[in-house]
Design a protein around this ligand. Structure first.
Ligand SMILES: Cc1cc2nc3c(=O)[nH]c(=O)nc-3n(C[C@H](O)[C@H](O)[C@H](O)COP(=O)(O)OP(=O)(O)OC[C@H]3O[C@@H](n4cnc5c(N)ncnc54)[C@H](O)[C@@H]3O)c2cc1C
Length: 402
């Protein structure tokens, strides 16, 4: 059984190892000089490769039942055993798995070493431009027009995220008859339009952020928000960005409402108490102890309040307006940063056309699709690599059958 894996990234390497272990003759075709380059930049170079809470709520797919069927207890256990077997010892921080070395190199090199030890043939600088199936055989055409034959193909070319060049995986699937759900940036920065952004640039604040689409609350996150000259960034913003991307694509109104003081339960009561020890302070001085001075200025401006006024001199309406902007500061989102800033993509090959038990195409027998190329995306926290490993393992162990 000659299996060709197209793409030597996270899912491609795992599926090639698994297919080889199952007795297939496996070749990996990778367009770049080095394999699995993206793994090296994951988790800020430390590779957050898994999560203790690997539940379906951390994933999005147009067909939600797909991830439920793939993300089984057995598959999760298989991933953890797989990494143990290739020599990765985890260090777990707040549920996030990293290699004990805290180096993404360890994961990349362990995968490469395993593939090489097993005898997986690796061909780098080999970019595939098309795949055809004729008389039960696959013909894989490379950019230099070389044709490589295979009995089965596992397509693992990843998504449009991060790389600047076009991902041909989507075209290959389209030509095979697959539907591609619109591919958009996810785990990406959100772009707004307000003129105060240059004033809050560089601020980081632990905030609660709530995503509203057409005035409906869709998702909330708590964490460190990075305030930038174009809008908002940070892990909690990334976790809202897939939904924002899709909503903007569908011409919906997207807003992020920020609570700058999420640790204070009743802000008005807190400030009334605070003023007892801070009499005669200007509003600016009064707020600076609890909030970054740049944010204080912006909140006061937005509340239409003179910074030199005191809390005691405010009317109840003015106090409520100030509190509203401290806890429900709204930012209109007009876009996201581009694919090359995104960690992953939302959208991809329609999972309704993929068998969740094998990752085999329901349209073309012997053709498997894995990893981020599929219409599955996860939150930050090891979920995207996690899905790459799971789908790669499932395809690798199934490819010998049929
Ligand atoms: C900055 C950054 C940080 C991230 N951090 C994390 C993290 O900490 N945890 C986490 O879970 N996820 C993280 N991710 C996401 C994670 O890296 C991806 O979800 C994962 O790598 C997807 O695996 P894949 O195998 O589908 O694709 P990839 O790993 O992208 O592999 C695809 C491979 O296919 C090759 N290829 C593409 N087209 C062709 C072609 N036509 N012919 C031949 N080869 C081709 C590519 O060169 C590449 O090597 C991060 C992503 C980025 C960009």
């Amino acid at each position: 059984m000659k299996v060709v894996v197209i793409g030597g990234g996270a899912s491609g390497l795992v599926s090639s190892i698994e297919a080889k272990k199952n007795g297939c003759d496996v070749t990996v075709l990778e367009k770049q000089e080095n394999l699995a380059k993206k793994i090296l930049v994951t988790g800020n170079g430390r590779c957050n490769y898994w999560n203790e809470d690997f539940t379906n709520k951390h994933f999005y797919s147009t067909d939600g039942s797909f991830i439920e069927k793939v993300n089984t207890k057995e598959n999760r256990e298989e991933v953890l055993n797989f990494f143990k077997d290739i020599g990765i010892v985890p260090t777990i921080k707040n549920g996030y798995y990293y290699p004990m070395s805290m180096q993404a190199y360890s994961i990349r090199n362990a995968l490469l070493n395993e593939a090489k030890c097993l005898g997986v043939e690796i061909r780098n600088n080999t970019c595939v431009k098309s795949v055809k199936k004729e008389n039960n055989e696959f013909y894989i055409e490379c950019l230099d027009n070389e044709i490589i034959k295979a009995d089965k193909v596992i397509l693992a070319t990843g998504s449009n995220a991060y790389y600047k060049d076009k991902n041909l995986g989507y075209d290959i699937c389209r030509k095979m008859g697959h539907n591609i759900i619109d591919v958009l940036p996810s785990l990406v920065q959100l772009v707004g339009q307000d003129n105060y952004f240059k004033d809050w640039m560089g601020v980081r604040n632990t905030s609660k952020v709530s995503l509203y689409v057409d005035n409906q609350l869709i998702k909330e996150e708590l964490g460190e928000v990075m305030f930038t000259d174009y809008g908002l960034s940070g892990i909690c913003i990334f976790n809202l960005s897939g939904i924002a991307s899709r909503a903007l694509h569908n011409n919906k109104e997207v807003k992020v409402i920020i609570d700058f003081l999420p640790s204070i339960e009743d802000v008005k009561e807190f400030l009334e108490e605070r003023v007892k020890t801070l009499k005669d302070r200007s509003l600016e001085q009064f707020l600076e102890g609890i909030l970054n001075y740049k944010l204080v200025k912006i909140v006061l401006n937005k509340s239409n309040l003179n910074k030199d006024k005191s809390w005691e001199s405010l009317t109840e309406i003015e106090k409520d307006r100030l509190i509203e902007n401290l806890t429900h500061f709204d930012v209109l989102i007009v876009g996201t940063k581009d694919f090359d800033n995104a960690q992953v993509c939302t959208g991809g090959v329609d999972t309704k056309e993929i068998d969740s038990l094998t990752m085999e195409s329901k349209i073309v027998k012997g053709f498997y699709v894995v990893g981020e190329l599929l219409d599955v995306d996860g939150e930050c926290g090891g979920y995207n690599l996690g899905f790459a490993w799971i789908s790669g393992l499932v395809a690798g162990r199934s490819v010998k059958n049929g």
